[in-house]
Design a protein around this ligand. Structure first.
Ligand SMILES: *Cc1c(COP(=O)(O)O)cnc(C)c1O
Length: 381
């Protein structure tokens, strides 16, 4: 694991603290989740939910997850055999990859990819095969022929993250169909990271892979409370999949963490049942913040790509006269008092992402406004 060293988030967040910069790097909200849900967690501790919960997760949460899947997506998962509570989506991805891959197997992921994927695949001694997302008409997408060519006899799974961090792309039904056809033809499992499932904009709808024909039986569907309810510190996620797949993932999970923390599970169960209205308001608020940041970044001289979901905006830095995002983000605190993330660190082919920089907009309006004011120094505008 030497190659994985310190993550870019640790480096950039430390830089933000050292220099007193505004941190639009790491994607965590600077406001809290729904108050009644927070109270539920406090209440759960007072009421004695303080010992090991069952390995698969507390029945209250598994039932709430199952009902939520049925209500939002028309998907039926048996709360006792087909739902597993995990320590965030991060553990869900790691346990899924470890459960499903033998050493030497290949896992396809779309680059730029969420950084834990490469580490999880390395822990399984499997190999990540990256298929590149490129902007076409202002939106990151993949070339179906390139995806098809990436499949080999060793391919075991395709990791699909939609809505996609860090590009903000929400895969269309057509794009998902291309992936689904390959999974069926080549007998692959789809591991789907859907942590931004509720955070889509402009009326764009999130389509879960498991709703496509023939896919429920070969999809490991992963979600998390962190992004949905603005409680990224709670690290409460879940896996929904057919029973044999859940059993395999749980077999690994029990030796990673055994179980997830009890108070959050009860609070999230409450959130899924009672706070989806709050989530709709969060989504609308985030769309306004996206527009606010996009407008500001354009005015500051960046070329801005419009995301349809997530917390993030991608910018092309070349109009400002810069070529390398890593170099620029390391200097950005001194140049403008702002921290951002160089997108190239999420690629295997770093040169393909060299000119992109990611900014997070899940921040208070006044924080976004101040960051934009500072960034205007870059072009002297
Ligand atoms: C934030 C994030 C995660 C991590 O979720 P946790 O529930 O905090 O583990 C996983 N995948 C993506 C794409 C994310 O943005």
């Amino acid at each position: 694991m030497r190659a994985f060293g310190t993550t870019i988030f640790a480096e950039m967040s430390a830089l933000a603290v050292q220099t007193g910069s505004i941190n639009l790097g790491q994607g965590f909200p600077d406001t809290d989740g729904p108050a009644a849900m927070l109270d539920r967690a406090i209440h759960a501790i007072g009421a004695g939910a303080n010992q090991y919960p069952p390995g698969p997760g507390m029945p209250e949460l598994r039932r709430a997850v199952s009902d939520h899947r049925a209500e939002h997506y028309g998907l039926a998962y048996d709360p006792d055999r087909e739902v597993l509570v995990t320590v965030g989506a991060t553990e869900a991805v790691a346990a899924s990859v470890l459960a499903l891959c033998e050493p030497g197997d290949e896992v396809i992921a779309f680059e730029p990819y969420y950084d834990s994927y490469a580490a999880s695949i390395a822990l399984a001694q499997a190999r990540l095969v990256a298929v590149t997302l490129r902007p076409v008409a202002g939106r990151f997408t993949f070339d179906p022929a390139e995806l098809r060519a990436a499949v080999t006899p060793r391919t075991r799974a395709i990791l699909v993250n939609s809505p996609h961090n860090p590009t903000g792309t929400v895969f269309t039904r057509e794009e998902l169909t291309v992936i689904a056809e390959l999974c069926r033809e080549r007998d692959l499992v789809a591991i789907t990271d859907e942590v931004y499932e509720h955070l889509t904009f402009d009326g764009v709808e999130h389509v879960p892979m498991a709703t496509l024909p023939g896919m429920r039986e070969r999809t490991v569907m992963i979600s998390s409370a962190g992004k949905t309810f603005s409680v990224t510190g709670w690290k409460t996620g879940w896996v929904c999949a057919p029973a044999p797949l859940v059993r395999a993932v749980q077999t690994v999970k029990q030796f990673l963490t055994f179980t997830a923390s009890a108070p959050w599970q009860l609070a999230v169960a409450y959130g899924l049942r009672q706070e989806m209205g709050w989530v709709s308001a969060l989504r609308a608020g985030l769309q306004d913040k996206r527009d606010r940041l996009m407008e500001g970044l354009s005015a500051a001289g960046f070329e801005v790509l419009r995301p349809s979901g997530t917390y993030f905006v991608q910018t092309d830095i070349r109009p400002l006269g810069f070529a390398d995002g890593l170099e620029l983000t390391r200097r950005l605190p001194e140049l403008a008092g702002v921290v951002a993330i160089p997108t190239q660190v999420f690629y295997d082919h770093a040169e393909r992402g060299r000119h992109f920089v990611r900014f997070a907009f899940c921040k208070k309006d006044e924080v976004i406004d101040e960051a934009v004011t500072r960034l205007k120094r870059l072009s002297g505008s």
